[in-house]
Design a protein around this ligand. Sequence first.
Ligand code: ATP
Length: 151
Amino acid sequence: DQFDLVSLCKSIIKQFKQVYKREISFHYKENQILMDGDELKIKQVIIILLDNAIKYSNEKIDVFLEGHENQVLVRVKDYGIGIPEDEIQHIFERFYRVDKARSRETGGSGLGLPIAKSIMNLHKGEINLISTQGEGTEVILRFSQKNNLLK
Ligand code: ATP
């Protein structure tokens, strides 16, 4: 099925802003990016990333949506606690949580990122995470579909 990734991002961000009263800026150029795939599952991925950004930061959050000829990128960037370098390699393992004590306060199961990764795999996509402890985290979703229709 086809869906518009621009309006999907807008509606998720709008809901997060209302519920959490946080500053979330949406940066995009295209008015429409038609995608092939399961809209509900992609929605779940974006929710997982925003949910983490909310939990592990207090500052604003930036969401970038970029449509290129052969790929579409969604980047969720926060300026929060970040992840220690030696822990990043484990972050997509099921039930893995950085520093049990720090994570217990915020709740969660350690399943968010593994679920996001399996959904991205189903969509011929990739998920990558860049993080610096004490500075913040950026998660990048890369969809490579030749038939994305940009407008
Ligand atoms: P949930 O299953 O509710 O998402 P979770 O956040 O613990 O729980 P994951 O989303 O898989 O699970 O994340 C795994 C761990 O990675 C987290 O426990 C947290 O320590 C770390 N992490 C994930 N996203 C961020 C982020 N944006 N900033 C800092 N740490 C993060």
